[in-house]
Write a protein that binds this ligand. Structure first.
Ligand code: BG6
Length: 494
């Protein structure tokens, strides 16, 4: 590193994502000495700001970790002194040229200058920015990488168009497509859990697993983001990317190595083996307003940025199937919704019954549970309160024989007294290090769209009415019927 300098440019620096996630992640990386020694950060956006105002703007969202607040103030000052701002139009070669000059100045003393551009901008200007930034501000002496974040198109065709446009200016190796769920600690851990533990991998198949559920819920609506959200809806916003990526990692075969290409090859295979999602295996919902704890919560259609007759779903559940030897016939249920009861993301793996169990009656009746809830269930709680627990049947201590379903529990907060890095920290660092394991390759993206595009088009063509559900509830009842159709009960409702 001592021979090279790194410039990181956040395009769209005054946007919400940049302020709330990207700059704090960069600061955390700097704080923990993960960034190379000679780095400079540039913010780029249309707003006219000078360096001082820009630093003030980002400082508001930087925070020190409680445990090591000692020298944090000084570190923050040092970090901010490395942050600069360049005002510019998104399509102006001249403005990127001005940025390039400043980057060159920062790289002057070094043999090599590497550059990361983080495009934190609306999708309609992706290609414009990629084109102008890469032609006017690419590194001349080192590598240039661009981080882009979904939405990558609205369907297969628009996603392909986007890829074609990007490839005019960048190679696949330069494009880092972020899916921030892949940067979450518990998702990173999925491969370790499976492939480093003898006790799980042999059970990881249709033979022992009844169904797998990937569940995402938020206890807030689209407040303020209705304009963006209404054009995409929950399937494109969360299911086709975050939840599907989790499914792919969960279900893939053991890769030949932990290298990026090997892992992504396996994920692509899983996605290819997936049946195209069918409308009859999908439930859509949209939240309506209601009073929650004395406060009136607006319905989706009351959001002023949403068209009054919008049919855009804010909730969706679907059942998908993998046509391969390992998972044939196992329902994978994906569910995501906004304005629900709580905020939570988890994977639930429901195992089959113990055949001919000696304790079936002890379990079902003495613990007051149905025999279904007395089977084993592995829960990977992605957030909040990160944990992994396995529901097992255990004898209640004491005389007599009472068996109850309880938890073997690995709660991160009590097991590890350490700060869990934010997903953006991990992903930005991976990009700086050229590790593409957690980024989406173009063929993965294509196949993900292939599987969802027909149903999304059908929903729009047939103007499918989403089922209404009250703000702060558990979502549409239809989700239960969908699960029941495959003999499944949602684990988060038990
Ligand atoms: C984003 C979606 O990708 O993920 C948002 O666009 C959603 O709608 C967000 O709120 C959830 O991310 P997290 O990390 O807060 O669970």
């Amino acid at each position: 590193w001592s021979q090279s300098a790194l410039s990181i440019c956040v395009v769209g620096a005054s946007g919400d994502l940049a302020k709330k996630k990207i700059f704090p992640a960069l600061f955390a990386l700097y704080y923990d000495n993960h960034l190379p020694k000679h780095f400079t950060i540039f913010g780029y956006a249309r707003t006219k700001l000078d360096d001082a105002k820009f630093r003030e703007m980002i400082a508001g969202n930087l925070s020190c970790r409680l445990s090591d607040a000692g020298d944090c103030g000084a570190k923050m000052e040092e970090f901010l002194s490395r942050c600069h701002y360049q005002a510019g139009q998104y399509d102006s070669l001249e403005d990127y040229g001005a940025l390039d000059k400043r980057m060159c100045a920062a790289e002057k003393r070094f043999k090599r200058g590497d550059r990361v551009f983080y495009l934190s901008i609306p999708p309609n200007i992706f290609t414009t920015v990629a084109a102008s930034a890469s032609s006017a501000a690419s590194s001349k002496s080192g590598w240039t990488r661009m981080i882009v974040e979904k939405p990558f198109g609205r369907d297969l065709e628009s996603s392909r168009q986007l890829a074609t446009e990007l490839y005019k200016h960048l190679t696949e190796e330069q494009i880092y497509r972020i899916d921030h769920y892949l940067g979450k600690e518990l998702i990173e851990n999925l491969t370790v859990l499976r492939f480093a533990n003898l006790v799980f991998e042999p059970l990881w198949s249709r033979q022992y697993i009844r169904n797998v559920q990937v569940i995402f819920s938020e206890n807030f609506g689209t407040e303020g983001r209705g304009g963006y959200f209404d054009q995409y809806g929950i399937v494109r916003d969360v299911i086709q990317n975050h939840l599907l990526q989790i499914l792919a990692l969960f279900a893939m075969e053991q890769p030949a190595s932990m290298g990026a290409e090997d892992i992504r090859d396996e994920k692509v295979k899983v996605l290819r083996s997936m049946q195209t999602v069918r409308l009859e295996d999908m439930v859509l919902g949209q939240y309506r307003g209601r009073r929650v704890k004395g406060m009136s919560q607006p319905g989706y259609l009351e959001d002023p940025t949403v068209p009054p007759n919008s049919l855009t779903p804010t909730f969706a559940a679907c059942a998908v199937f993998l046509n391969n030897a390992r998972w044939d016939g196992v329902p994978f249920l994906l569910k995501a919704g906004k304005a629900l009861e709580g905020r939570m993301a988890e994977i639930r793996v429901q195992f089959r019954h113990v055949p001919g169990s000696l304790y079936r009656d002890k379990l079902g009746f003495s613990a007051g549970m149905s025999s279904e809830s007395a089977t084993n269930e592995l829960v990977i709680r992605i957030q909040p309160n990160e944990s992994i627990y396995l529901k097992i049947n255990n004898k209640v201590p004491g005389l007599g024989l009472r068996v109850e379903n309880t938890r073997l529990d690995l709660t991160y907060g009590s097991r590890y007294q350490t700060h869990l890095p934010d997903a953006y920290e991990r992903l930005i660092l991976d990009c700086v290090n050229g590790d593409r394991r957690l980024f989406i390759r173009n063929d993965e993206l294509e196949v993900a769209w292939e599987k969802f595009t027909p149903v999304l088009q059908e929903i729009e063509e047939r103007r499918v009415q989403p089922e209404q559900y009250p703000y702060g509830s558990r979502g549409p009842v239809g989700a239960h019927y969908l699960a029941a159709k495959y003999g499944v009960r949602w684990g988060d409702h038990n």
